[in-house]
Write a new protein. Structure first.
Lengths: 239, 152
């Protein structure tokens, strides 16, 4: 099975080609901006490395978030376009799952975290099992302080993986049973591993139905009328 | 303290923008308000000129965001006129785009609540066919920055 994985949900963009879960080519770059510029050249590079043509692919894996809005959109639109053109399955994966997969658990309760800014983080927790991790429940969006409280009240020894470096300084102070570890960002290579199983079990939606996983609260509409009537700097109110 | 300046047309408005450039640095956010035709893009063009950007600044209404990297510090010029929701604004990832330089947002008044507290508001009021009043309104940390030299 020839697989392509595209990862642009965090500052670390990566692309990997694999035969099943075995990586045959990959490219990576860590930068918050410029996912779009990276992805096309990274794809070209990887295909060149192994001499594949895109139409040989059997499936495409894409990280749908949570993470950076623009990054997710860039990756997903590229993956969706490719999947549509090639008529192959598109397997959506969560950034948190991809990170947690390679956590060196040491039998600790795993907390996978992705920075979504504005003082919030996306988190999901996982139980260590032989050969991997099993998710406790759906991912949540929590304020940084709230996340700290959750960790503090967790009776198990915890391991925080993902972008914990983006947490405020001193975050871990006093959290004696909690350790932090790698990986810091999700990687396309790890996505291959998760995608293989999904493809085998035919566990994926139609490519057109794949959507970004932002986790953000209901949308706020920009109230243009209000500004006309109350002057340019009228206060914003949720729609 | 609000600084109020008068303009007799586009040339003046540009000049005010050009003068403001010397007060701006990395990480600064400027929100522009004013009706269509008030001179927002002229102001932004002057600002770019003052920042040493030689490329002509054109309205980003269609593109939403334009980035000018040729000056002393990069300028990110955004226009939210075509947006309808705050999520679309998030999608632009403006602060990330503009972190290394100056961000100026046309119709910035409409999205002020999603902007950093520390910003400079620039309001261009149409008072006649060519006459405009340009108000510089410092918000947050901007209140402790002096704009006195903006007044000739």
């Amino acid at each position: 099975m020839k697989l392509l994985a595209i990862e642009t949900a965090t500052p670390a963009s990566s692309v990997a080609l694999g035969i099943g879960r075995d990586v045959v080519a990959s490219a990576e770059r860590v930068e918050r901006r410029g996912h779009a510029a990276f992805i096309v050249s990274a794809l070209d590079f990887c295909f060149d490395q192994v001499g594949w043509r895109p139409h040989e692919l059997d499936a495409i894996a894409i990280d749908v978030g949570p993470g950076l809005y623009t990054g997710i959109r860039v990756g997903l639109s590229t993956a969706q376009g490719l999947a549509a053109a090639l008529g192959v399955p598109l397997v959506p994966l969560s950034s948190l799952d991809v990170i947690a997969l390679h956590a060196a658990t040491h039998r600790r309760h795993v907390w996978s975290v992705v920075d979504v800014r504005r003082g919030e983080v996306a988190v999901a927790s996982y139980q260590p099992v032989p050969g991997g991790v099993v998710k406790d429940g759906p991912p949540q969006l929590v304020e940084v302080e709230q996340f700290r409280a959750i960790l503090q009240s967790d009776p198990e020894d915890g391991l925080v993986v993902g972008d914990w470096a983006s947490l405020p300084e001193g975050f871990f102070r006093g959290l004696h049973r909690v350790k932090s570890g790698r990986p810091q960002f999700p990687a396309a290579e790890a996505m291959l591993e998760l995608a293989v199983g999904r493809v085998d079990r035919e566990e994926f939606p139609h490519a057109d139905e794949v959507r970004p996983l932002y986790l953000r609260e209901p949308d706020v509409t920009i109230n243009w009328k209000q500004y006309r009537e109350e002057g340019p700097w009228a206060e914003q109110s949720p729609a | 303290m609000t600084v109020e300046l008068s303009s007799n047309g586009e040339v003046d408005t540009r000049a005010i923008g050009r003068r403001l450039a010397s007060f701006l640095g990395r990480g600064d956010v400027v929100l522009l308000a004013g009706e269509l035709g008030a001179g927002k893009t002229a102001f932004a063009g002057g600002l770019a000129e003052g920042m040493g950007i030689e490329e002509p600044v054109i309205s980003p209404s269609f593109m939403l965001v334009r980035r000018y990297a040729g000056g002393f510090t990069p300028l990110t010029h955004a226009d939210v006129y075509r947006l309808t929701t705050m999520n679309e604004l998030e999608d632009l990832d403006l602060f990330e785009e503009a972190r290394d330089g100056v961000l100026i947002v046309e119709w910035g008044n409409t999205v002020a609540s999603a902007m950093p507290d520390d910003h400079l508001r620039v309001e261009i009021e149409v008072t006649g066919t060519n006459d405009r009043v340009v108000r510089l309104i410092p918000c947050g940390a901007w209140q402790s920055r002096s704009l006195k030299e903006m007044v000739e």
